[in-house]
Design a protein around this ligand. Structure first.
Ligand code: GTP
Ligand code: MG
Length: 172
């Protein structure tokens, strides 16, 4: 299994993929540092952060998070980060159909080239902008179900469902 246990700490290598501007870095910063950076800079290459969660049974889980760059020019680097990952979060922006299509591209790539048994979640971010919604909850959920993925809508801005996103992965 790709999740390595050393003593009482489960280590989980996790990668975020998705179009530029969907909010991958903001999701990670919200989860790791607990705040929102509205002026978040475009990621170059990829960035690494980790966050440890204490579980009820006195064990803990350490997420080793690779936040990849969504700009097209970095697409060829993605395999470096998703190879060997236990979990992939494929992120889109609920106000942009284009980013939902890009998410489907990443799902196909992961199905072809990632480790068999990788846990995948489809993440519809910017849920706070529901008045500009372009991707329905139902359509995204059906797509995720068909592809054996978790599905969740989040907001890095309001923190809605950010912790739940990471907690739900532990049930897999
Ligand atoms: P790349 O690094 O280029 O791949 O982009 P990214 O996916 O990391 O996007 P990033 O996290 O930098 O977010 C881009 C912008 O979207 C941010 O500057 C925020 O202003 C905005 N943003 C991110 N998350 C949210 C959210 O949940 N709600 C709203 N309203 N805006 C968000
Ligand atoms: Mg980024």
């Amino acid at each position: 299994n790709l999740m390595v246990t050393d003593s009482k700490c489960l280590r989980v290598k996790l990668v975020l993929l998705g179009d530029s501007g969907v909010g991958k870095s903001c999701i990670v910063l919200r989860f790791v540092r607990g705040h929102f950076e509205p002026t978040s800079k475009v990621t170059v290459g990829a960035s690494f952060l980790s966050q440890t969660l204490a579980l009820q049974d006195s064990t803990s889980v350490k997420f080793e998070i690779w936040d990849t760059a969504g700009q097209e020019r970095y697409a060829s680097l993605a395999p470096l980060y998703y190879r060997g990952a236990a979990v992939a979060l494929v992120v889109y922006d609920i106000t942009s159909l284009e980013t939902f299509r890009k998410a489907q591209y990443w799902v196909k790539e992961l199905q072809k080239h990632a480790s068999p048994g990788i846990i995948m979640a489809l993440v519809g971010n910017k849920a706070d902008l529901h008045e500009s919604r372009a991707v329905s909850f139902q359509d995204a959920m059906e797509y995720a179900e068909k592809n054996g993925m978790f599905f969740i809508e989040t907001s890095a801005k309001t923190a809605d469902n950010i912790n739940q996103l990471f907690e739900v992965l532990l049930e897999a």
